[in-house]
Design a protein around this ligand. Sequence first.
Ligand code: DQA
Length: 137
Amino acid sequence: KRILILNGPNLNLLGRREPEVYGSQTFETYFETLPALFPELDLAYFQSNHEGAILDKLHEVGFSYDGIVLNAGAYTHTSVAIADAISGITTPVIEVHISNVHAREAFRHHSFISPKAAGIIVGFGLKGYELALRSFL
Ligand code: DQA
């Protein structure tokens, strides 16, 4: 199965960004550990700080891949365009958040993505990506 992990804005700063919230590991280092855990999955990773680039990637893989694990970062709370893209593609999308967004500011409690997601994993740190990948097995 082909799966894309798609990270949105500021997630390129993982490891350096608010480590008390998001941990001290970079995503690249974490991603390197995944093939050994999921030998049966063909994993790809893409990160962008640009909403349009995230849309382009969803369109590119969204009719051929078997799954997308999406952490849209702050666009989760603002982007009707990403929500519409998820409606428009056929590949199921699992929404992941590293932090427990419901324990944080009120503006993080609403997600435009959640109604379109096949499932939602929130608050388990980077382990959330593994939980999402496991669901595709
Ligand atoms: C996040 C939560 C969002 O509210 C925030 O804007 C992020 C990261 C998370 O993974 O916990 O950038 O998606």
